[in-house]
Write a protein that binds this ligand. Structure first.
Ligand SMILES: C[S@@+](CC[C@H](N)C(=O)[O-])C[C@H]1O[C@@H](n2cnc3c(N)ncnc32)[C@H](O)[C@@H]1O
Length: 227
């Protein structure tokens, strides 16, 4: 049986649950109170892919503007920073301030300290609010809360028609939306298409080259978007 030591706890806004940070022998885990594991330093293949896949399809990475929601363990942020150029700007919206503190502390080395990168901007707050007030300014928007809204049911809006439309408004003309999900979701895929996007649904391994798979949707209205 594995031994876990609890290092931190943070309330999840809008719920009666908390996020819990645990240290294992040589890894860390973030769980939702009740036991569900939300993130682990052992498995981040699909979080990496959420950052790298859309950026690899950008025509202009040198000075790309990227929005990520939320920070988690920083793996998506690190993957974006590895793809974009020196003049890029990568904004990460994270709802829970303690998650940012944990990344500045014990989690930071696992993702290569991406918060220290001069291209990183941290916005502590709801990514939905940031989307609503942004216009045509992001070349990539990568969202990692899943259409099923794991941590906060208010996140369901992000995956609704109006949430997708708000993301579309925040996207530059040839920009790419990237959404992560634990499972395929045909209804969400169809909503993206109804919003006028060309959609590429990609299946990626959670860790290594076998086992659990996750889904990433890439969506763009650009005629040259390779699907
Ligand atoms: C599954 S984790 C993201 C994992 C991340 N991609 C990584 O590389 O580790 C989801 C994160 O989004 C944050 N979050 C949830 N809802 C949010 C929202 N509405 N706005 C900003 N951050 C949010 C959570 O606190 C959590 O840190």
């Amino acid at each position: 049986m594995r031994h876990w030591t609890q290092l931190g706890e943070a309330p999840i806004p809008g719920t009666n649950k908390t996020l819990l940070l645990y240290r294992g022998k040589d890894d860390f885990s973030i769980k939702i109170s009740g036991g569900f594991e939300l993130m682990s330093t052992r498995k981040h293949g699909s979080e990496d892919a959420l950052g790298s896949l859309p950026c690899k399809r950008l025509k202009q990475v040198e000075s790309a503007r990227v929005l990520i929601g939320g920070l988690g363990m920083g793996f998506t942020l690190a993957a974006v920073l590895a793809e974009v150029g020196p003049k890029a700007e990568v904004t990460v919206a994270e709802l829970i301030p303690e998650v940012v503190d944990w990344n500045r502390g014990p989690l930071g080395d696992f993702s290569g300290q991406p918060l220290d990168d001069p291209r990183t901007r941290i916005h502590v707050g709801d990514v939905a609010k940031l989307l609503r007030k942004s216009r045509a300014c992001f070349d990539v928007i990568a969202l990692d809360n899943g259409p099923a809204g794991l941590t906060n049911s208010a996140n369901d809006w992000l995956y609704s028609m109006s949430g997708i439309a708000a993301a579309q408004d925040a996207l530059s003309p040839a920009g790419i939306l990237a959404y992560w999900s634990a499972d395929p979701d045909q209804a969400f895929h169809d909503r993206l298409r109804r919003c006028g996007f060309m959609v590429d649904e990609v299946t990626v391994f959670a860790h290594g080259k076998k086992g659990t798979r996750h889904t990433i949707w890439l969506a763009s209205v650009d005629a040259l978007f390779p699907v």
